[in-house]
Design a protein around this ligand. Sequence first.
Ligand SMILES: [Zn+2]
Length: 319
Amino acid sequence: MSAFMGEFSQKTSAMYYPWQHPQWQMLDRLLEIDRFPHALLLCGPAFIGKQHFASALAARLLCEKPLAGFACGRCKQCLLLAAKSHPDLLWVGPEEEGKAIRIDPIRELGQFVSKTALQGGRKVAVISPAESMNLNAANALLKNLEEPTAGTCVILVSHQLSRLPATVRSRCRLLTFAVPPLAEVESWLAQVRGRKGDVSELLGYADGRPLLALRLLESDLLENRRTFERLLDEVAAGELNPLVAAEKCLASPPGMAIDWLYSRVAAQVRTAGATGAMALRFRFLDKLVRVKSRLLGSANPNVSLLWEELLMDWQRLSR
Ligand SMILES: [Zn+2]
């Protein structure tokens, strides 16, 4: 079972993020009136804490004596969770980040939901990110969503709802999460970082997504991004040769740097209005999406060559 549990396997946290209060309250009400859905789909942009929410929810569902609507952290179930060895929680993710969830772990999930709970309470399975399921996996899941066993909840987490088959979506109760309001993210960041500072640049780079902002802060990604943005400026102004710039791009995490370039082009589209270059820019955005999926796919593309091509396009578009 453990082979298929991703990075977030059995991560426990009783508390959700402050901006997730409405969603939590809604589920709390459903629990109170005994109408909790057997299949729940948490959707919204990445890096706003949906996996964390799923983890807090799983803890809440498994806890024997929830306190004020949260997992107590003290009962036998909570201790099993804290030890990452609760037999009635299954966390399914891709074997490697960015790869597909294949049929085997979903078959395993099928066996998990059909058994009786080993601890006598509920059973919770989390699939994240759900859109990573390949078609066979998604089809195998359908049967489990159609014939739920009592006391079982399957929680799907999706960053890209449109990539999830409609047949799966329609069998789940949808719960949507949005990028939280800026002020809320700012005060949360100040709290977790222990100080208030100017975070507007950071939040701009993170598109307002709190966990991405935190990740940028905690790694050298912020500096990395600044360097990358400068490089794009220089290429756009014709001060730096795209071929030279391509070599420098190799220092940035490729999937992420493509996203950064994407944001720049998207910003051009927003500010430039309907000019002749509009169609070219949209075509370039499509190309970036394709390049990113090639980078994350199983083939090993020549990254340096890809950057040369992208930066030449970028220079042409920026003229
Ligand atoms: Zn408990």
